[in-house]
Design a protein around this ligand. Sequence first.
Ligand code: FAD
Length: 413
Amino acid sequence: MDSADIVIVGSGHGGAQAAIALRQAGHDAPIAILSRDHTPPYERPPLSKEYLAGEKPLERILIRPETFWEERDIALHLGTNVAEVDWVAHEVVTGDGRRIGYRKLIWSGGGDPRRLSCPGSDLDGIHTVRHRHDVDQLRRELDAGARRAVVVGGGYIGLEAAAVLRKLGCEVTLLEMQPRLLGRVAGETLGEFFLDEHRRQGVDVRLETAVERIDGANGRVTGVVTAAIEGRESETIPADIVIVGIGIVASVGPLIAAGASGSNGVDVDEFCRTTLDDIYAIGDCAAHANAYADGAVIRLESVQNAHDMAACAAKAIMGDKQPYGALPWFWSNQYDLKLQTVGLSLNHDGGVIRGSVADRSFAVVYLREGRVIALDCVNRTRDYAQGRKLVEARAVVDPDLLADSDTPLKEML
Ligand code: FAD
């Protein structure tokens, strides 16, 4: 192949959905997906949940059956790294030097997991969870008898992995540098709730704890050494495996090198267009002004955002330009807990709890200047479903009424 009408870089949620949306909108010229991944498009959320637990095989996490892509005349070029973008010539250059022309380019490169940079961080047995092969390797080591796990990072991926590892019978220690869990994405109540839950399930959670180095023998990890801080000595935690869940760096190097504007990711406008002609960017790597963050420029790392941006870019390419303004939502499963969040709680200045934290069924309703801006719902699907409308409307509701579990949220609009 030396050209396609639309070239999509990345076969994750954004890339796959962009191709699907284009075909659904009647696009009938050649589409090519170029991706470093070696597996046809698959879902990432199960990687730290059912796939890691061994409860769902690969076939059940494929975004579409394997035959779908050929049937829709979407060419999948797997194992292909895009190393360069020549926006003047409208060509991408692959790692092995092939030049592939396009009329429109959709960049959906997602992100590369951040890695530890301390001594010992390149030992065998240290894992990130981003790709299917990461989890396959982790599973092989678990099957071979690894039992003592250290998880670095108390965000969603670290917590989900910790929950699965406990279920698989591992001893789990979780290290978080911040004074609380989920500090980047949720309010204090939720962080404290998950701290209690994980400790109750037997995870040894250490807050305000950084990694100083990783010890090993014969090239393989044997322990994680924590950094000493005032009043607390350094300690070695024995480990057969280490899982690092400390965020991602947006995979946009070739676009930035080509001159696209961006610092944390690549900047896009309301139609997902980068500053380079005919190049769109979507999903985890796309920095955009988000209406639910009061117009602040942010990147969102969620399936919802990847899907909705894919639809937005596909529509714009098909001449049906509609500005991106989708309501953010997200979920996380840990043990028997189903967390569903809607809206963005960053910059909240108030909060109301509905239901009972002790009974493990509650919603935190986040407020800014008296308006409902987000909800975190734990085992509380009805509040999640009904609360969406309050967030969309940025409704002003009396906090006492919000806290009243007997009054459904849908009656508060
Ligand atoms: P990705 O899905 O990461 O796809 C990026 C693609 O680009 C990959 O195929 C990659 O190989 C390819 N690529 C990158 N650079 C290049 C290049 N230069 N050349 C060629 N190919 C390239 N979201 C939720 O909403 N709920 C959840 O519960 C949830 N759980 C998650 C659990 C895990 C373990 C992970 C990793 C993510 C989770 N997410 C969850 C986030 C969600 O999966 C991402 O937001 C989503 O995958 C983003 O889609 P994307 O297309 O932007 O990026």
